[in-house]
Design a protein around this ligand. Structure first.
Ligand SMILES: C[S@@+](CC[C@H](N)C(=O)[O-])C[C@H]1O[C@@H](n2cnc3c(N)ncnc32)[C@H](O)[C@@H]1O
Length: 500
């Protein structure tokens, strides 16, 4: 399976592209058998306006993700639109795609024990159909196991010959008879067991064990399998959180204030909020709660001159514009012109005029701007993205152990380049949506060693005062893990230029 190919990173910012088609329903962690916890529709064989069912839609997406390396989130969104499924069925298709990709390690480990000729010999769609069906059997208690098997057999009949549907039936019925799965061999180490139970590559488990200890590493793995909440950031230049929350509640939306960000509202079961009038009118942006902390860390004030080095699609730029009450100036740069255009679109939608955009390599911003000319600079760096696995489970299987070291060199260079543009007394914030020390604490520590004119003010910041008891200190920055607040994993370091 292959996945994101953008500039070395998934976006840690505005998640408009992620799972906008429907909401994944909750499910419990695997405890040797079939855990409960699912909500919503069992889907059945109901089809959408185009005559395609939730399971067929999910199967097509899974096959194309595995065969063609398509992005699951982008492909799912377009497939859901084409299939014109009901909201409930769109939710089921979303759950099936993300859940199957997320649990792939475990599902294929189990299937190997039941497919005598080996999974590699199966046609890709049959392999994906088995995984998708086993996912329902093992993880979705709202779908009766026999219904999952029947649906799989019907789908196999429609797509293949009788031999295939017979094989699918035989494999899945043997699974049902087998009892609690997966069966973990006695001789497996803790690391192998954790990787298998929580469906992660072994190298990630080992790396997080080394970085955070075994218990925390296991908690990260568990949290990565939880469906992410939908959260929105209130545009405080247009309304207040209380006012928007009241409006949502009065319209029957299940919404609550974010515990993590004073600008956030966590919403359940409201479908795709990017289609709402609140979104269209610029009252809110869809953004993960951890992402909302970054602009708060930058603390830009009205009238300031601000630079956002790697800014697209603009989630944090626009948040900074809101915090500045649209007074002052923000230059939002991104390497790719088409992505920089997304920032302008968002600024326009939110009614923010203080944001200018440009495209180019952030390593060359020194050619465009004078040294020491910005009050605030944000470097939300391209990274390996291991903090956003809940939204992009493909990352588990596409990322490689050597990726962090490969991108760390660029991150260091970007930080040096951005630092030259900060005024004395100004603030430079370095953030990533990953958990890897090579891209986080190590980058900031080596930067501070090279640049005596800067000091970390992370641990004297209001943000740390508010969150410090619940998140980790790592090097000179703070590390938010997905289990801390059920939000994305993020690293934030706040650096001040003490002198020229
Ligand atoms: C983590 S994302 C930024 C997310 C953004 N801050 C937000 O909140 O919406 C990193 C961005 O860096 C951009 N990028 C990668 N390498 C770059 C470079 N050398 N110069 C400028 N931008 C770069 C990517 O195109 C990507 O949009």
């Amino acid at each position: 399976m292959s996945g994101p190919n953008r500039q070395g990173t998934p976006s840690g910012g505005n998640n408009l592209n992620s799972r906008v088609g429907g909401e994944r329903s909750g499910k419990a962690a695997l405890k040797g058998g079939r855990p409960g916890g699912g909500r919503g529709s069992a889907g059945g064989t109901r089809t959408g306006a185009k005559g395609v069912s939730a399971r067929e839609t999910a199967l097509d997406v899974l096959v194309r993700v595995q065969q063609e390396g398509a992005y699951s989130n982008l492909l799912l969104n377009t497939s859901l639109q084409k299939a014109a499924l009901s909201r409930e069925d769109a939710g089921l298709a979303t759950e099936l795609v993300y859940g199957t990709i997320s649990r792939l390690n475990t599902l294929e480990y189990v299937l190997k024990g039941f497919v005598s000729k080996g999974l590699d010999k199966l046609q890709p769609w049959v392999r994906s159909l088995l995984s998708l069906s086993l996912y329902q059997i093992m993880y979705l208690d709202r779908i009766p196991p026999h219904a999952a098997v029947n649906e799989a057999v019907n789908l196999a009949k429609r797509r293949g010959h009788q031999g295939i549907s017979g094989m699918v039936n035989g494999v899945l019925r043997s699974v049902l008879r087998a009892g609690p799965l997966p069966v973990i061999p006695q001789e497996m180490s803790w690391e192998e067991r954790t990787a298998l139970l929580h469906s992660h590559p072994l190298w990630m488990v080992e790396r997080w064990r080394d970085e955070f200890g075994a218990d925390t590493a296991e908690a990260v793995c568990k949290a990565n399998n939880e469906p992410p909440a939908v959260s929105v950031r209130v545009n405080t230049t247009m309304t207040s959180r209380d006012r928007l929350l009241d409006e949502m509640l009065s319209q029957g939306v299940n919404a609550r204030p974010s515990e993590l960000s004073p600008y956030g509202i966590v919403v359940r079961g409201a479908g795709n909020l990017a289609l709402s009038s609140w979104y269209r009118d610029g009252l809110l942006s869809i953004q993960d709660e951890s992402s909302m902390l970054v602009a708060e860390a930058v603390n830009p004030l009205p009238g300031m001159k601000v630079l956002d080095c790697c800014a697209a699609p603009g989630g944090k730029t626009t948040h900074m514009g809101e915090l500045m009450k649209d007074q002052g100036s923000i230059f939002a740069n991104d390497l790719h012109p088409h992505k920089a255009a997304l920032i302008s679109d968002q600024a326009r939608r939110l009614g923010l005029e203080c944001i200018g955009t440009g495209s180019g390599d952030a390593l060359e911003l020194g050619e465009k701007f004078s040294p020491a000319s910005f009050d605030r600079i944000l470097l939300d760096a391209p990274c390996s993205g291991l903090g956003v696995i809940r939204r992009k489970p493909d990352l588990k299987w596409t990322k490689q152990p050597e990726d962090a070291a490969a991108i760390a060199k660029l991150q260091s260079e970007l930080l040096d380049s951005a630092a030259a543009l900060v005024k004395p007394g100004g603030v430079l914030v370095y953030s990533t949506c990953t958990l890897d020390r090579m891209e986080n604490g190590d980058i900031v520590n080596s930067f501070l060693e090279r640049n005596e004119g800067f000091g970390s003010v992370t641990f004297s910041s209001p943000l740390w005062n508010r969150l410090g008891n619940n998140v980790l200190a790592r090097g000179q920055g703070m590390q938010i893990l997905p289990q801390h607040y059920g939000s994305d994993g993020f690293y934030i370091a706040i650096l001040e230029r003490l002198r020229q």
